[in-house]
Design a binder for this molecule. Sequence first.
Ligand code: ADP
Ligand code: MG
Length: 684
Amino acid sequence: MESLKKNIIFNNIDKLNGVGAQLSKYLKKRNIEKIKDILFNLPYSETDRSKIVNLNKLEVGKIQTIQVVVKKLNFPRIRNLPNKIICEDKTGKVEITYFNSREGYLKKLFPINKELIISGKINLFNKKYQITNPDYVTNIDDKEYVNKIIPKYHLTKGINEKKYRKISEQVINNLPIIKDWLSKEFLKENNFPTWTDSIKTLHKAENKQDNLSPAYRRLVFDEICANYLVLSENRKRIKKKKINKFFTSSLSNEIKNKLPFKLTNSQEKVLYEINNDLKSNTRMFRIIQGDVGSGKTIVSLLSILNVIESKYQCALMAPTEILAKQHFDLAKKIFDNKKINIEFLTGKTDYKKRKKILYNLEKGNINFLIGTHSLFQKKLKFSNLGLVVIDEQHKFGVKQRSDFAKKGGKNCDVLLMSATPIPRTMMMSLYGDMDISRISEKPAMRKKIITLSKPENKIKELWPLIKKQVEKQNQVFWVCPLIKESPFLDYTSAKKKFDIINKRYPNKVGIIHGALDKSEKEQTLKKFLNKEIIILVSTTVIEVGIDFPNANLIIIENSNKFGLAQLHQLRGRVGRGSNQALCILLYKDGLSKNATKRIKILKSNDDGFFIAEEDMKLRGFGDLIGYQQSGIKNFRFADPIYHENLFYLADKYIKKVKMISDNDTHHFLLKLFDRAEIINQNFD
Ligand code: ADP
Ligand code: MG
């Protein structure tokens, strides 16, 4: 094969010598389709075939290499018996056996008295050493090829080491000298090898590279850069120039001063950041990150007020009807008699009302529309939409984010809110396309939720506690075991629990779980909100964001099966009112070390960001809440726990270096890490 050119690494592997349709099919199973996939399929271990072992020193069960002379070939005429070749060296004998190999082929491979190198796994059969179907049989001349330490790759059925080596060595030995996209100085500064050298080093079996080695870190850096490039592309396309909004904030100041509480410093800071964006002449694309109960809603409403006062329309979207309704009620309350026309629209709004809303929206008679996803239907036309706010947005990925931005129109600012604390390193990977505001403190008077843990067999001790709560009309959440990712398994356990509790408190208990449809769930939640039911048994489906000021106790069964961040979010369902709230974590006996640690962290801490960091350390980033939906591809090499500093380095690099304007490199990196399609998908 001629020396590879840069873009050849995106060619299909079927262009390589020795790769036919069958082999392509097998390799595809391991996600190897292009040449670069072979480069990125790094060895996980190695096989040492480097020593020639005397036949009296063979070790059963090991892969070993021998140098022997062929003495005798034996082809039994009885079916199912293997063909045998007897070989020897000065110290002993060995049998090479083959099942299902043709006589002619073997005769050619093993000429009598010929000296050969054979490598394979040593067995003992009838007290004789055997190698069955050896991995290699070669002439002494080709000794070098076999007699060494050979990288071991993850392969699938149908491909053995010998076959795969032919392909991988063909590719790696002919790697093009690619002009590196990182400058010599930068490489040196960070102790990175060139890309080509990194690949070569990582495929060498002799000196194994761990994930902190310079060669590996180099690939990690590239991968993180590719990821940030996607987000920065998203950002570039969204954060465009907009018409300057004439801006005032006298109304919001007036209302702020009338609130029954004082904003926290954090809330003030975020409000200031948002106002600056609103005033600027580029579109806002910002996310407010704040733990459950940190008070994001009021910040968004005050920002909305500023935009309305500046004569633009606003829209606020929430993931569920109940949450949207809570926002609507709150907005009506605090914007009372300010001549602001607020409307509420969901999928359930009846035809007549909807028609009226659509009409008034287009005429500009409605200042503020609150609702669910239906705010984004095509028929809806605003006369001059200035700001879209999307609450609890952690369920939306990169694609949805740019969709929201597109739908708002050119002059529309976009504000997202999320209660899912994300560790700092992951924040850049997930939301690098946005500006980030963090509400890091909670309202001062808020009482800390007391968190206790109890083994499940002491569940009886809970009944008096529940009795007390019910007598006081305090509401209770009862979260049921997470058995497996199946709505039906969850369903049965929640149902059982419901039956038990319902016997004690007839007509006071409700149940929600994943097997119910959305409107059934909402109906029960509404009943709970209106205190028609006192105890709510549920799986983990309880929506984030809804305020249940009267719920003070949450019981979480099988708590050891949940991740830290998830437990923290569940716990955040209670403790929003003025009463002391309590969270009880039930666990099965025999807690693992990690589970014990999780419970300990939760008991002593209520900072969602800290908890998210710990969660990532304990379980890895793939398990973070919202990560699966984020639309961010899993990293192949990078791991925020091991490579945290590279995430920061890449962030700085992308922002500083004009690589982004170098389209060629840009595209190359995106293609290299399979991220090009995210961008195309978003913007065509
Ligand atoms: P989240 O950030 O989870 O969306 P919310 O905006 O729903 O939190 O606020 C939770 C509760 O805290 C609400 O009842 C709200 O009125 C109250 N709250 C918000 N800010 C403050 C504050 N600065 N001081 C006291 N209570 C506040
Ligand atoms: Mg909220």
